[in-house]
Design a protein around this ligand. Structure first.
Ligand SMILES: N[C@@H](CCC(=O)N[C@@H](CS)C(=O)NCC(=O)O)C(=O)O
Length: 224
């Protein structure tokens, strides 16, 4: 298998963790990424494979597949052991909604912090608007963290056993933390869940590589 990934691609790192948890070997190709130019120039293989021109792209034999959630669905069908979704249909559906919650409800608030690693906007009004949007995102994230803290208060995972929902939420929470969103320490069960995951080699490797990529590629926060 071959995975086109990116050093600071949250969605690609989701797939790396899932492949690792399933014990599947893969060759990884990192596409170009810089803070200044983002994903330009696009990797030619990614342009050919994905009309959305995005990573992750997974190649498994004669199958070329994009979108992290579709890749999860494929991995679960093609490589069912160990499972990363519950067995019961309703529990699986709930777990898929939890993955969607990470990607589409919680992560958009982390996006509101992207201005923190961008060069300061030349327009003062835009800088103020960015900071106001960041403050609203902080409030929303605190509510999400409190709700998630309750879900994992028993010491388990988001859907009972380890699942794709944990992978997606772990990545989203890394993004909130690297962009200096609300601290996890105020949510002890969620912080303990995060550390339980980080102790697993595929999660720990992704977290360490993202921290290294931040040191190499990201403009430090606070130097505005
Ligand atoms: N829904 C997609 C999102 C993929 C995505 O946003 N990829 C980003 C990197 S994390 C990308 O390639 N961005 C470059 C671009 O959009 O031009 C997924 O889950 O895979």
């Amino acid at each position: 298998m071959k995975l086109y990934s990116g050093p600071l691609s949250l969605f690609s790192r989701k797939v790396e963790i899932a492949l690792g948890e399933k014990g599947l070997a893969f060759e990884r190709e990192m596409v170009p990424f810089t803070q200044e130019r983002g994903y330009q120039p696009k990797h030619l293989d990614v342009l050919a494979a994905n009309p959305k021109r995005q990573v992750p792209v997974l190649v498994d034999g004669d199958l070329t597949l994009f979108d992290s959630t579709l890749i999860f669905e494929y991995l679960e069908e093609a490589y069912p052991a160990p499972p990363l979704l519950p067995r019961n249909a309703k529990a699986r559906a709930r777990c898929r909604m939890m993955e969607l919650r990470a990607d589409e409800e919680v992560f958009p608030h982390a996006r509101a912090f992207f201005y923190r690693t961008d060069p300061p906007h030349p327009d003062a009004a835009q800088r103020k608007a960015n900071e106001e949007a960041g403050a609203r995102a902080e409030t929303a994230l605190r509510e999400h963290f409190a709700a998630l803290d309750k879900i994992v208060s028993g010491g388990g995972f988001l859907c009972g056993e380890l699942s794709y929902a944990d992978i997606a939420m772990f990545m989203t929470i890394i993004w909130t933390q690297r962009l200096k969103g609300p601290a996890l320490q105020d949510y002890p069960s969620l912080a303990a869940w995060f550390e339980r995951l980080r102790a697993r080699p595929p999660f720990g490797k992704a977290a360490a590589e993202i921290a290294a990529a931040d040191r190499d590629l990201t403009r430090p926060i606070g130097n505005a």
